[in-house]
Design a protein around this ligand. Structure first.
Ligand code: FNR
Length: 408
């Protein structure tokens, strides 16, 4: 096949086939194979070699003996798709509706803090990749660059692009929390993702053994050192004394006194929809939505918070039912263990509107910055597109539990 022929072929094929063709024709014409591994296991292994030992431990590690991280994956293995035949799947629609927006794909990039330890450009590179791939992005409170700088890369004020959210850790200092929320709104983010499963940092054995907490090195605290309310708490500006700023951050980043009664304050403070992340119990989900949350993210933080916690996927159906029972329009998102396109389909079949992709894009970022994240996103989207078609669907919106084999 000539270069021109392969360009025509790429332009005319649906996404999954387009990506296959891109990879295969490059391989056949030039002998070049993907520099960012296609298989998640290889991606992770190469990222481990590319990263410092402590940075890899920070990303890969989980709480305690890491049994939660393991069951997150085991739960996916308990579900099987049932491919159907003779259905017209020549064209596919990957769009889904989340809150009042249409997402181009049923996944967003999860809020991941301290991306500066994975690549110098950190969140800026991931944001550029998300914008270029037209995939929604959730900026972490613990981003390595201020949320305004990340928003500029996302072009968050641009209504034509995919929506972008700001993830909030609710500080013990209400002025800091208020300031972060106001800044997110001013910067053009479309929603607040309020993470509720981190009132304390989990017991992470790998990080403890390595004596490594990146924040104490001034990493992942840019939203605080750039925040007027946080700076007011310091004796010296962070530029002069980063250690004081880091210690202060550790003291104030999460408020363990929070209860459901506090949610009203946030709903009053912002006009943005608030989605509660880290919910695993239907009762908690119900109360969040009844209080005014626009949705929930069913998640156990990738197994980083509680060892021997339930697999997030196992809680998805019950939480989704509770949420929709309370408010049929509320969003149900899912994360913790999504690695491939078929995983996305299983989560959608079990009741999610969309999912968040976490560790896979961190490894892409560590290997090749913006291009690495783009490669991971492209592969997950292509795999999803083809798995959708081969399961017999032409729209992700139609995927429900009929796509799954019955479980006992
Ligand atoms: C996270 N996660 C996370 N969540 C959040 O709400 N705010 C944050 O700042 C972070 N930071 C963070 C750092 C790292 C290195 C990881 C791996 C995870 C949790 C993240 O949003 C998501 O819930 C998990 O990554 C999902 O698990 P998997 O699929 O990555 O295993």
């Amino acid at each position: 096949m000539s270069d021109d022929e392969s360009d025509d072929f790429r332009a005319s094929t649906p996404y999954g086939r387009h990506r296959q063709t891109e990879v295969f024709t490059t391989g056949m014409l030039t002998g070049e194979t993907p520099s960012v591994p296609v298989a998640y296991e290889d991606l992770k292994a190469e990222a481990m070699d590319a990263m410092s030992e402590e940075a890899y431990a920070y990303v890969a590690g989980g709480a305690g003996g890491e049994s939660t991280k393991r069951v997150n994956r085991d739960a996916f293995d308990d579900h099987r798709l049932v491919p159907r035949v003779l259905r017209d799947t020549s064209e596919r629609d990957l769009r889904v509706d989340v809150l009042d927006d249409t997402w181009p794909v049923p996944f967003a990039l999860a809020p991941i803090g301290v991306q500066g330890v994975m690549c110098d450009d950190g969140d800026l590179a991931s944001a550029r990749a998300a914008a270029a791939e037209d995939v929604p992005y959730v900026t972490s409170t613990q981003s390595s660059y201020p949320l305004e700088d990340v928003a500029a890369e996302l072009d968050a004020a641009d209504d034509d692009g995919a929506p972008n959210w700001f993830q909030l850790y609710w500080s013990t200092d209400r002025d800091v929390t208020a300031s972060l929320v106001d800044r997110a709104e001013d910067a053009g983010y479309d929603a607040i993702c309020l993470t509720l499963d981190t009132p304390h940092l989990g017991w992470r054995e790998r990080d403890l053994q390595g004596g490594y907490l990146p924040f104490l090195d001034g990493k992942g605290i840019a939203n605080y050192t750039s925040d007027p309310a946080f700076r007011d708490r310091l004796d010296a500006p962070p530029e002069e004394n980063v250690r004081e700023a880091a210690r202060e951050f550790v003291d104030v980043f999460a408020d363990p006194t929070l209860s459901f009664a506090d949610l009203d304050w946030l709903f009053d403070r912002t006009d943005l929809p608030v989605v509660c992340k880290g919910v695993l119990h239907p009762g908690d989900a119900r109360r969040c939505v009844a209080a005014g949350a626009a949705g929930v993210v069913v998640s156990n933080h990738g197994g980083r918070q509680v060892d021997r916690a339930v697999a997030a996927l196992d809680r998805l159906p019950a939480v989704a039912d509770a949420v929709r029972d309370e408010d049929a329009d509320a969003a149900v998102l899912f994360d913790s263990g999504v690695r491939r396109g078929a995983d996305v389909l299983v989560a959608l079949a079990l009741g999610a509107d969309a999912v968040l992709l976490g560790r896979p894009y961190c490894y892409g970022l560590a290997l090749d910055g913006e291009d690495g994240v783009r490669a991971v996103v492209s592969n997950v989207r292509a795999d999803l597109d083809l798995s959708l078609a081969l399961t017999g669907y032409d729209a992700v919106r139609d995927v429900d539990d009929a796509a799954l084999a019955p479980t006992d």
